[in-house]
Design a protein around this ligand. Sequence first.
Ligand code: FAD
Length: 291
Amino acid sequence: MKISDILSGEKLTMSFEVFPPKADTAIESVKSATEEIARLKPAFMSVTYGAGGGTSKYTLNIAKNIKDSYGVPTVAHLTCVSSARETVCRQIQDMKDAGIENVLALRGDLTPELENSDRSGLDFSHAIDLIREIKECGADFCIGGACYPEVHPESKNQNEDIKYLKEKVDAGCSFLTTQMFFDNNLLYNFLYKIREAGITVPIIPGIMPITNANQVERAIKLSGSFMPQRFKNLVDKFGYSPEAMKQAGIVYATDQIIDLYANGIKNVHVYSMNKPDVAKKILENLSEILD
Ligand code: FAD
């Protein structure tokens, strides 16, 4: 099933993101976690892709397994910045052969290693190049892209970021998933601006439940997200106890999600980080809302 069809419905829905194992030894534990999340029957699940290609072979296997064994539609992430055209074309063909219908087309992060390496054999600079390549291959995928309510860290300013975002959507994106954010007003401001810029595709807000104090620093570093004082207070007070922090983080994420639904958002994507207990608890908290 295509994500565009799911998003065109009237129902409020929730989807989850999972990630592939970083090493062969973790295959079984990741498989079992992703299957447990699939059994919760989310609207769809997305499977991330290692920028350096390290976990790429697993992305497809996990996405196919969730779709075929549990009937949950999947989105396979694909990055391009560290790949040659030939590799990307092979990956697109493998996705077609596996019956994958949805791709999140990403550039991938420019690691210092990548920036300092010889990039002469690499063919893609931005996600838009990958979207064009997918279209050229004639694959009938529903293509999504990433967007940044708080501006991509490499962008000069928000106007420039939104200008490139519009070009990316016009190249063939049917939906956009946002970077995590912890203050919904940032999302609402972003929505005003992109609608004004003529971007009309559905936007899926991405919510990251912070369930342990160590995650906070990592999440901010990764995303550059603004941490509201309300959230900092919660980490200060409950960060000492893993169980208390987990409970508080799930409630904070649930509160953000309820506010998004109350303000007209129909699908929320939860960065469930391969944690079925967190995904389950959030769904339980919303059981009467997502009937
Ligand atoms: P782009 O759309 O290419 O944008 C990157 C920067 O370049 C922005 O500043 C943009 O304004 C600018 N830009 C865009 N087009 C042009 C142009 N034509 N000319 C000049 N500048 C331009 N990373 C992974 O490695 N694996 C994953 O699975 C993964 N999943 C993600 C899922 C989501 C929802 C999000 C938000 C991010 C994800 N990432 C993932 C991280 C992502 O790869 C990084 O954020 C990366 O730095 C940018 O990717 P992009 O696709 O948004 O890039």
